[in-house]
Design a protein around this ligand. Structure first.
Ligand SMILES: CC(=O)SCCNC(=O)CCNC(=O)[C@H](O)C(C)(C)COP(=O)(O)OP(=O)(O)OC[C@H]1O[C@@H](n2cnc3c(N)ncnc32)[C@H](O)[C@@H]1OP(=O)(O)O
Ligand SMILES: O=C([O-])CC(=O)C(=O)O
Length: 382
C-alpha cells in the first residue's frame, strides 16, 4: 500500500455495499424503510407490518399481515433448554445473555447451517419472535419470577410488555412500545448491521451473524448509549442542574450519551418522535421529571456543542416511564433491530461477496527471529 493511501477512519462516508432495506439522509434528517418515511410508519403502521416491509420489500395486504402476525405469535416460545440456560447465567448483562441465547438457539436448530432463502426466511420470523421472549424471560428469571407464557392474542409489542411484567399493558403503553419498535427496526449500515453482514459474508449461519450483531449493538457508542442516557438523567436529578452537569462533562472531554451521530448532522427523525412520546407518556402518568430533565439536557448540549439528540436520547425516558429496567434498554433495542438485522442478512445471502477490506500496515518489517533463550530479559518497567 502506498504512502498516499487515503484512510477513512471508522469507514466514515464509505459506501460499502448496496441495500434497499433502508436509507438515511443525514442532512435533511430523514429515515426511509423500503421507500416509506419513518414518520408515516410510526404514525400509521405496526412493528409486524414493518417486519413484512423489511423482509419482503413491500407492504402486505391484510391476509399477508394476518399470516405474518400468526407466524410470529406461533414462534414465540423458546425451547426449554434456552430457559434453563438463561436461569444459569449471571444477572449482570442482558446483552451478553441475549448473545449467548442466540448462539444456543443456533445449536438447537437442525436447519441452522442452511442458508437457503426459504430457510433464512423461517429463521427471520423465529429469531424476531424469540429475541423478545429471551429478553423478557432473562429478566424474570434473574429476579426469581416465573417466566410468563406468550399470549397469542396480543401483538408483538403488547406481548413483550406482558411477558416482561406479567400484566396486560394499557393501550397507551402498548402503542408507545410498538412505535419504539417501529422506529428502531432498521438504520442502513449501522455498526451492528454491518457486523452481521460481515459475518454472513463468510457464509456463516444467521444465528452466528445475529450473535455478532448483538455484541456490536451492546457498545456505548451504539445501542448501549440508551442505558448511559438514563444513568446521566438520574445523575442530574433535576432540570435546573442540567446545564452545570453538561458543562462539567464537556470540560472534562466526556461524550454526552444520546447526542451526535455519524450520519445525521441535524435532528434524528426518530428522536423527534420519541421526544413527543416521552412528554405524552410522562404527562399521562403524572411524572414529567425525566422528560423535563431530558429537555434541559437537550438545550444545554445544543448550546454548548450544537449537537442534536439521536434515537438513544429520548428512548431512555420513554422506556423508563414504561417501567422497563435501565439495564434492559439495550436488549429492548435488539427486540426491534432483529427485524432489520435479519432483513439485511436475507439481502446479504442473496447476493453475497466476502467482505474483507485492507489495512495499511504500520508495524515493523524485516526483523530476524531470535530464539527465546538468546533474547535479553525485558527491562522491568517502573
Ligand atoms: C443507535 C446509535 O448508535 S445512535 C449513537 C449512539 N451513541 C451515542 O449517543 C454516544 C455519544 N455519541 C458519540 O460518541 C458520537 O456522536 C458517535 C460515536 C455516535 C458518532 O461519532 P463520530 O461520527 O465518530 O464522530 P466523532 O467521534 O469523530 O466526533 C466528532 C466531534 O464531535 C464531538 N462529539 C460527537 N458526539 C459527541 C457527544 N455525544 N458528546 C460530546 N462531543 C461529541 C467529538 O468529540 C468530536 O469533537 P472534536 O472534533 O472537537 O474532537
Ligand atoms: O446508524 C447508526 O450509525 C446508528 C444508529 O442510529 C442506529 O443504528 O439506529
Amino acid at each position: 500500500m502506498s504512502e498516499t493511501t487515503q484512510i477513512a477512519r471508522g469507514l466514515e462516508g464509505i459506501v460499502a455495499g448496496r441495500s434497499s432495506v433502508s436509507t438515511v439522509d443525514g442532512v435533511q434528517g430523514r429515515l426511509v424503510y423500503q421507500g416509506y418515511d419513518i414518520r408515516e410508519l410510526a404514525e400509521l403502521s405496526s412493528f409486524e407490518e414493518v417486519c413484512f416491509l423489511l423482509w419482503h420489500k413491500r407492504l402486505p395486504d391484510s391476509g399477508e399481515l394476518e399470516e405474518l402476525k400468526e407466524s410470529l405469535a406461533a414462534a414465540r416460545s423458546v425451547p426449554p433448554a434456552i430457559l434453563e440456560l438463561l436461569e444459569m447465567l449471571p444477572p449482570r448483562s442482558g446483552m451478553a445473555a441475549l448473545q449467548t441465547a442466540v448462539a444456543a438457539l443456533g445449536l438447537l436448530d437442525p436447519e441452522a447451517d442452511d442458508v437457503s432463502p426459504p430457510s433464512n426466511a423461517r429463521k427471520a420470523v423465529k429469531l424476531t419472535a424469540q429475541v423478545a421472549t429471551i429478553v423478557a424471560a432473562f429478566h424474570r428469571l434473574r429476579r426469581g419470577l416465573p417466566v410468563v407464557e406468550p399470549d397469542p392474542l396480543l401483538g408483538h409489542a403488547a406481548n413483550f410488555l406482558w411477558m416482561l411484567f406479567g400484566e396486560k399493558p394499557e393501550k397507551a403503553a402498548a402503542r408507545a412500545m410498538d412505535v419504539a419498535l417501529v422506529l428502531h427496526a432498521d438504520h442502513e449500515y449501522n455498526a451492528s448491521t454491518f457486523s452481521a453482514r460481515v459475518t454472513a459474508s463468510t457464509l456463516s449461519d444467521m444465528y452466528s451473524a445475529i450473535a455478532a450483531a448483538v455484541g456490536t449493538l451492546k457498545g456505548p457508542l451504539h445501542g448501549g448509549a440508551n442505558e448511559q442516557v438514563m444513568k446521566m438523567l438520574e445523575e442530574i436529578g433535576s432540570p435546573e442542574r442540567a446545564e452545570e452537569v453538561i458543562q462539567a462533562k464537556l470540560a472534562s472531554k466526556q461524550r454526552i450519551p444520546g447526542f451526535g451521530h455519524r450520519v445525521y448532522k441535524t435532528w434524528d427523525p426518530r428522536a423527534l418522535i420519541l421526544k413527543r412520546y416521552s412528554e405524552e407518556l410522562g404527562r399521562a402518568r403524572g411524572q414529567t421529571l425525566w422528560y423535563d430533565i431530558s429537555l434541559a439536557v437537550e438545550q444545554a448540549v445544543r448550546k454548548e456543542k450544537d449537537l442534536y439528540p439521536n434515537v438513544d436520547f429520548y428512548s431512555a425516558s420513554v422506556y423508563y416511564t414504561l417501567g422497563i429496567p435501565v439495564d434492559l434498554f439495550t436488549p429492548v433495542f435488539a427486540v426491534s433491530r432483529i427485524a432489520g438485522w435479519t432483513a439485511h442478512l436475507l439481502e446479504q445471502y442473496e447476493d453475497n461477496r466476502l467482505i474483507r477490506p485492507r489495512a495499511e500496515y504500520t508495524g515493523p518489517m524485516d526483523l530476524r527471529y531470535v530464539p527465546i533463550e538468546d533474547r535479553p530479559p525485558r527491562q522491568a518497567t517502573a
